[in-house]
Design a protein around this ligand. Structure first.
Ligand code: SAM
Length: 274
């Protein structure tokens, strides 16, 4: 039997001295790192030790931490993730910020297309309790994860619909705002990290037409589902900003703006219908 301190030291060594061992032990033991350090000399229960050692070995083998522990953090939320959903990325917080700015404070109806774990829809629900929010996805398994996260966050007001982009809506159904982080990586993109290719769902990451196929549908058909002066915010690859701005202009959007992510790369484009 090992103490919490022994387990932390072992994990840190196994994971090249990274802080990830501490996060894994927090999740395996359901205790904060502060508590674990304060109880460093206490013997860890056998089931916790076994779970933690198994998780550390899987992470050392290349599996993403969030799939191993089943949780990640996004915006101000702790979210469950499974291999059925993309692990929400910090860069996508730029999309949340953009949607909050585009929508402002007034009550409105907003859809998050391709919601995955529900990360964007639930972050908007947290910040704008008066908004009516619908999260959609083509994947039933992803929507199960999103529903579970909504229950955990006690956001009973968010609704979920399954469908291929706008097929999730009635033909005449309109919103004040639409937000989406669709698949936008080309299948042959050499920058695609091997761990993403190996572990994350390809249907959440890869898009045809050099990564622009889904963006093209989402932007091109958005005017059919927005009220006049309605807004659209989409995440895209850093090299796609020009092509995405052209799609916005072609679809009839004005006030087209591109925002940068945490690394300073163009990441989110927003626009408003005339
Ligand atoms: C990049 S992930 C984004 C997930 C989540 N919104 C986030 O930001 O973490 C794209 C999501 O779009 C969904 N998706 C892909 N193609 C779709 C389609 N044709 N119709 C609806 N959803 C789709 C995937 O299942 C996946 O959940």
């Amino acid at each position: 039997m090992s103490s919490y301190g022994d387990l932390l030291r072992w994990g840190e060594q196994r994971l090249d001295h990274s802080q990830r061992a501490g996060f894994l032990l927090e999740d395996a033991a359901a205790r904060s790192l502060v508590w674990l350090r304060a109880h460093a000399k206490d013997a860890a229960p056998a089931d916790i030790e076994q779970r933690y050692r198994d998780w550390v070995e899987r992470v050392a083998g290349g599996e993403p931490d969030a799939y191993v522990s089943g949780v990640t953090h996004f915006w101000k939320l702790r979210l469950r993730v499974t291999p059925d959903v993309l692990i929400p990325r910090p860069d996508t917080e730029t999309l949340v910020e953009s949607a909050l700015e585009m929508g402002g404070e007034r009550p409105q109806r907003v859809a998050d297309l391709g919601t995955g774990s529900g990360a964007v829809a639930l972050s908007l629900a947290l910040e704008r309790p008066t908004w009516q929010i619908i999260g959609t996805d083509r994947s039933a398994a992803a929507l199960d994860v999103a529903r579970r996260n909504a229950l955990d966050c006690a956001f009973s007001g968010v609704r979920w619909r399954q469908g291929n982009w706008y097929d999730a809506f009635a033909t005449d159904e309109r919103f004040d705002g639409l937000v989406s982080n669709p698949p936008y990586v080309a299948s042959d993109d050499p920058a695609l990290a091997p761990a993403v290719r190996q572990y994350e769902p390809a249907s959440a990451v890869i898009a045809d037409d050099n990564g622009l196929a889904d963006l093209s549908v989402l932007i091109g058909q958005a005017p059919d589902h927005l009220h006049p002066r309605g807004w659209l915010a989409v995440e895209h690859g850093y090299a796609q900003a020009e092509a995405v701005a052209a799609l916005f202009a072609r679809a009839g959007f004005t006030d087209i703006q591109c925002r940068k992510d945490l690394a300073g790369h163009p990441r989110v484009t927003c626009g408003r219908l005339r």
